[in-house]
Design a protein around this ligand. Sequence first.
Ligand code: ZN
Length: 201
Amino acid sequence: MSRALLVVDLQNDFYEDGALPVPEASRINARVNGLLESGDYKVIVASQDWHPENHKSFAVNQGKDPYTPFNNGKGIGPLLWPVHCQQGTPGAEFHREIKTEYFNYIIRKGTDPEVDSYSAFRENNGTDLGLAALLKGLDITEVDVCGLALDYCVRFSALDDVRAGFKTRLILTATRGVGATPNDIDDALKEMKEAGILIIE
Ligand SMILES: [Zn+2]
């Protein structure tokens, strides 16, 4: 068996009652748990958005409104966000329904106040987070990706996964999008398909 599961950012702040809510997020929990319990994966990796309070992706730290388009060319943008997933806060914890005991590894990202990190593989300025090397070291050749949010962290993680040479599948029933701007979700699916990612139920 050479397949891994990458579970992206299943944290309280990305659920319906959270600071950066993804519509219908809680509807994926049963499906995600089914994947976690399936026995189909050699390795299960979870990513966890993990920001310091002075993080520059927070709109308040730029004196702007949340969801404002913003790009400083150095790893912040294309959007600014509400304060979310602050280190050590309840909003940064994994959702209580998720069977986290199946996680073999947790990759924390977004810890540098100057740089956002949508992908679990690298920060938005390109800094490698080590996940591709970890998976290759464990003889993984195929990766299934799920989690939150489809149009940001799942999208960027899946794209980096396929670029790193893994056969990549997006589990559509185990992800939901933010839809911060109208075409985000459709654009994300189109970009992933064109990159060679298989989109399955
Ligand atoms: Zn974040």
